[in-house]
Design a protein around this ligand. Structure first.
Ligand code: PLP
Length: 430
């Protein structure tokens, strides 16, 4: 019967350390090349969308439902089929949806860039003319949001996630009094990496809270709306309706893509926002493109003809992904639970498991794994400025490796966690 590591005496700790070290050395000797760092779909997942590749094959079938020749310039907002689809995915009216290129991240960057250059619908002046811009960042969160902020010199304020969204008392208090807080990043469904699903109460409070900045913006990155790991789906969020009802229709700007529905590098993205935000954005958007890649839009429109088609593809992804998540969760449970040195979420969807280890051990664990051939997301990546204040969060991305690789990777990870935890406990008793 195992007991919590903290209850081991020094001799017991040293003995366990020696045993684990020799197992760790045997992993090191294998020259492993394992990677659980990024949320990449596996080749098998990408193969599911062969039908997308084959959907537009010759000069006679490159016309859209409305008879548009998708090879040519036209339709700045994108094909109506896809605008309809994303309008349903995001619960935003059809006219407020624009289809982008392959990456929603580009659209997010462009939105922030536009705010700096020209301002958003309700900005008194471009953000570049403010003394400083601050944004709220629920943590742990998505490192690329922070990279966008850093590239514009935006000051980031961490807000803890609670399991059903950010700590709203904190959000409301800050937003009500500071005019330089211009926005918040949210990933409302299966948040990266914690798996949070924002409750309706949280969404309602975000939509309704008073904000000192007139142009306070919810950057709603809905990257994983149907990315179930259980086979059941969450209802589309109705943040736009809530904001409209609160008289704050310009507050949310939505982003989504098919990166993890079809192809991570060859999907389609979208941005959705209010009429006034579009009006303000149009000169800048129209200066950038005549139309996006409609041939790729057509491929997607043919395969994903409605929400049911998206959902059935996501169930196929689920079949491939859920055994991987199960394997990792079971291995963590079997190897760690009784030692009391780590906890983790059991996500219902998305691409990540968020692991919480003893304070001051995450960097060491990630380093140990790296030295033995397992690359994990770098320490602190889930936090603004890459600083995890307690050095205790590790993001696991089980989607890409095979089951066999995951087995080895998780065993090595658990050994590394125990080694680092013992080192940490022994350092206190020195
Ligand atoms: C939360 C989140 N947003 C956006 C992206 C990237 O989206 P896209 O491929 O549409 O740029 C990812 C990819 O992992 C993500 O996790």
């Amino acid at each position: 019967m195992k007991k919590a590591l903290i209850d081991f005496n020094n001799e017991e700790l040293s003995a366990l350390y020696r045993l684990l070290s020799s197992r760790y050395d045997s992993f090191r000797a294998q020259n492993l090349k394992l990677n659980m760092a990024r949320g990449k779909p596996s080749p098998e997942q990408l193969d599911l969308s062969e039908d997308v590749l084959n959907a537009v094959t010759d000069i006679n079938n490159c016309y859209s439902r409305d008879g548009i020749d998708c090879r040519n310039y036209s339709d700045f907002y994108g094909l109506s089929e896809l605008r309809e689809l994303f309008s349903q995915i995001l619960s935003v009216p059809f006219n407020n949806v624009l289809i982008g290129g392959n990456s929603s991240l580009t659209l997010m960057y462009d939105t922030i860039s536009r705010a700096f250059l020209h301002g958003l619908a309700n900005s008194p002046r471009p953000w570049s003319q403010e003394e400083k811009i601050k944004m709220l960042c629920p943590v742990p969160g998505y490192d690329r949001h922070y990279t966008i902020c850093e590239s514009f010199g935006i000051e980031m304020i961490s807000i803890p996630l609670t399991g059903s969204g950010p700590d709203m008392d904190m959000v409301e208090e800050l937003v009500a009094k500071d005019p330089l807080i211009k926005g918040i990043w949210i990933i409302p469904v299966y948040s990266n990496p914690t798996g949070d699903i924002y409750s309706n109460e949280v969404l309602f409070r975000l939509a309704n809270m008073p904000a000192k900045a007139n142009d306070f913006t919810i950057i709603c990155d809905n990257a994983y709306p149907f990315h179930t790991l259980t086979g059941s789906f969450v209802k589309p969020i109705c943040l736009f309706d809530m904001c409209c009802a609160a008289g704050n229709e310009d507050r949310p700007i939505f982003f989504a893509s098919t990166s993890k529905i079809s192809f991570a590098a060859g999907g389609v993205s979208c941005i959705a926002m209010s009429d006034s935000n579009f009006k303000k954005a149009l000169p800048s958007l129209q200066a950038q493109f005549i139309c996006m890649d409609k041939l790729n839009q057509l491929r997607h429109a043919r395969v994903f003809s409605d929400l049911d088609a998206v959902k059935s593809r996501m169930l196929q992804h689920c079949e491939l992904l859920s055994p991987k998540f199960d394997l990792v969760e079971k291995a963590l449970d079997a190897n760690l639970s009784s030692y009391g040195v780590a906890s983790w979420n059991l996500p219902l969807g998305g691409y990540f498991i968020s692991l919480k280890v003893m304070e001051n051990t995450a960097k060491r664990i990630i380093g140990l794994c790296k030295d033995a051939g397992l690359i994990l997301t770098s320490a602190g990546a889930g936090f603004p400025y890459s600083i995890d204040p307690h050095d205790c969060y590790i993001r696991l991305a089980p989607s890409y490796p095979s089951l066999e690789e995951l087995n080895t990777a998780t065993e090595l990870l658990c050994i590394s966690i125990l080694l680092a935890s013992i080192e940490n406990i022994l350092s206190f008793s020195d």
